[in-house]
Design a protein around this ligand. Sequence first.
Ligand SMILES: NC(=O)c1ccc[n+]([C@@H]2O[C@H](COP(=O)([O-])OP(=O)(O)OC[C@H]3O[C@@H](n4cnc5c(N)ncnc54)[C@H](O)[C@@H]3O)[C@@H](O)[C@H]2O)c1
Length: 372
Amino acid sequence: MCAYHGSLTLAVMSIPVAIIGLGAVADSHLAAYRELPEIEIVAVVDPRAERVRQVSERVGAPGFLDCASMLKQVRPRIACVLSTVASHRTLTEMLAAAGIHVLCEKPIANRVQDALAMKEACAHHGVQFMYGSSYRYLPAVMQARELIASGTIGRVRLIEERGVVGQGADKFVPMSAAHYPEGTPGGGGFGLFDHGVHLLDIFPWLLGSPIRRVLGRGNYTGRAMEPEFALLEHECGALGMLTYDESTVSSDLPWEGVFSHGHSWVLNEGFVGAVGEWSAGASFIRVHGTHGALRIFHYANRLFLAVPGEVRELTVPAGAAPEHFGRQLRAFIHALDRAQPAPSSIDLGIGALSTLLGIYRSAETQRWVDVK
Ligand SMILES: NC(=O)c1ccc[n+]([C@@H]2O[C@H](COP(=O)([O-])OP(=O)(O)OC[C@H]3O[C@@H](n4cnc5c(N)ncnc54)[C@H](O)[C@@H]3O)[C@@H](O)[C@H]2O)c1
C-alpha cells in the first residue's frame, strides 16, 4: 500500500468515486468531474508512483499503487476504470467482488471471453457496470441522433468516418502492448480497434438500427501496419464505412478544418486546444440520407445539415469534450440513485467488441461475418 494523502474522511453527502488508471484520459475525466459537486474523488490508483503522487496532490485524494491496497482503506461507491485495456477485466472483477459499481472505458476488453467474465462478476456481486460509451454524451452527436430519428434527412443510406491522419510511417506510434498485447488486435490510437470501437457503438445508436454483418480488416500489435477498413451493413439497409490509416500521409488541405467549439483528442496528451481555435484535422462523421445529409464534428461540437442547394450550420448546445465525461458519470449516478440499470449497459461494450472482432474474422475468411 502506498497512501500519499493523510485524510480519508469523506464528505457526508457526496458520492465517493475512485479513479483507477491515471493515464491521458484520466486527466480529461478529472477535469470534467471537477464540475460535478455531487461527487468526491476519494482515491486515485496507478502503478506509476510519481504519477500517483502528482495526481493525488492535484485532486486532494489519497493515492495507491494498486487497486487491492486501495480497497483495504477506501470504500468508493463507483470506481472509474480508466486503465490499460488489458487490465479492465482483472480490475472489474476485483471491484465487483468488493461491491463497487464500475464505469469502464472503451474498449471493454481485448477478448469477448474477458468481457463476458466481467458481466458475470458484476451480476454475481450485484453491482452495476456502465460502459464508457462517451460519444453518446457529446452534444453534436446527441443532436444528430434526434434529427435522424425525426426524419430530417430522410432514410439513411450511408454513414461513414475516415481517419487518414498520419505524418508518414516514420512518425507512426502504435498503441502499447500494455493495452493490446503482442500479436493480438491493436494498432494505432486512431485505428480500428482503439478508436473504431466508438463508431461501432455509435453508428447503430445514431441510426436506431443494429449492425447485421461486417467485412473488413484491422491491425495487430507487433505486425506491419496496413490500411484498416470496415463495411457495416445495418438492419435498416444503411451501409456504414470506416477507413483508417495512421502510417501514411494525410491529404488534408490547410483550409479543410473548422473553428472548433470543443477540444481535439491527441494521443498521450488528452483533449487539447482551445475552444474557438482553428482545428485543421477535426474528425467528423458523415451521414447521408434520401432527403439530406449531416456532418457531425463530434469533438469540435459543430453540426452541419445539407439539403439540396443549401448547407447550414445548426446550433448545438455547449458542453463538448471533455465535459461529456461528466455528463456520462452523472447519468450513471442518476441510474444508481433510482435503482435503474446503467444507461450504457455492459452489453453495449460486449456488442461493440464482438462486432470489432467479427471484422478481424472476416479478414481471415474473406467473407462477410454475421453479427449477433
Ligand atoms: N473515451 C475516450 O474518448 C477515450 C480516449 C482515450 C482513451 N480511452 C480509453 O481509456 C483507457 C486508458 O487510455 P489512456 O489513453 O489514458 O491510456 P494510458 O496508456 O495513457 O494510461 C493507462 C494508465 O493505466 C495505468 N494502469 C495499468 N495497469 C493498471 C492497473 N492494474 N491499475 C491501475 N492503473 C493501471 C497505467 O500505468 C497508465 O497510467 C483505455 O481503455 C482507452 O481506450 C478513451
